[in-house]
Write a protein that binds this ligand. Sequence first.
Ligand code: ATP
Length: 298
Amino acid sequence: MSITVRAPAKINLHLGVGPGRPDGYHELATVYQAIGLYDDVTATEAPEWSVTVAGSGDLDVSDVPLDDHNIVIRAGRAIVDHHGIDRSALISIAKSIPVAGGLAGGSADAAAALVALDRLWDLETSDADLLAIAGRLGSDVPFALLGGTAYGTGRGELVEPVSDNGQWWWVVVPNGAGLSTAAVYGEYDRLRLGETLRAPEGLFGALADAWPEGLAGELHNDLEPASLELRPELAHTKRDILECGAYAALLSGSGPTWLGLAGDADHARDIAADLTGKYPVVLCAPGPVAGAHVVTYA
Ligand code: ATP
């Protein structure tokens, strides 16, 4: 028997990054949104742990590890340890989320693997336990379980749903060369940008109002200056997105993916069409969408 679970990419509508903590993480005040770009993760019982990865279209998956470093194997071992059972699985990842793009594709895979294994073995893990296991795997993993739009605090792992009346449309412009999250945080510290933790302020009202131009004025990413310091050429993509008529251009997490906020699906497609000649991959995605969910029992 196999179970396939689909999990979404995340973007940060607000990413406030505070000072470094003694444990090496930064204190965050972030608003996540799950968008319609997904990885599918299939779990099948097997005599030992293993992982396969396939990229959709031209997606480069060469940086995704195929050994115990893959976060889905860590997720598998974590749920097995939690229940004190001795089982293993083959986990196959069908990737559509760009790798190392600031879209938390690895975290989506981990969340999907937890749900798939829980269902495959009828473990009936409580939501609270699943979120706790997810939080130990990575700061963005609990949100990938939850989906929708949510406020994240702590190092991002403490998530609570946020009221969001919008049906937002995003133009997603990935970059061929990934950017290391750790390097961006290192640069952020070097530039001493994190002395105070910036809260989202007007963003919650804009989400409730469901008005794209209103949301545009509330989007914010503290990491943008650090990412641009490391990769100054990324500023060109921001400018191109705005020149094509997006209401705002937002760096996704630690980058290098950029997001353009559109007014509706047609507007998103128009912006994407204008950008397509210049960028090899331009996608349109709605948000918010559901968190990790079962799509196939076979
Ligand atoms: P982060 O989640 O660290 O903010 P990101 O969202 O920019 O990073 P991811 O696609 O999650 O990017 O990948 C970050 C790194 O994690 C990759 O370069 C890869 O080496 C490693 N990795 C481990 N497991 C996976 C996985 N299942 N999918 C993608 N990357 C993985």
